[in-house]
Design a protein. Structure first.
Length: 64
């Protein structure tokens, strides 16, 4: 992730406009972001662990 954008393996850049830090000590250093592509991304450190299709529009708010 650089400058608030993720580059997928397809080379497509995705903007992220929502972020929430997981506050439970068990998940230290992990975040959830919402992308303009409608997906939620689970981050561990600087790598996206997984993404979940959420809807057809951008994710503008994330709360943990």
């Amino acid at each position: 992730m650089e400058g608030g954008k993720i580059e997928k393996s397809t080379g497509k850049t995705i903007s992220h406009c929502a972020v929430a830090w997981l506050s439970d000590g068990k998940f230290s250093g992990q975040t959830i972001t919402g992308g303009a592509d409608g997906n939620l991304y689970h981050w561990i450190g600087v790598k996206a662990k997984s993404n979940v299709a959420n809807n057809k529009g951008p994710v503008q708010s994330v709360v943990c």
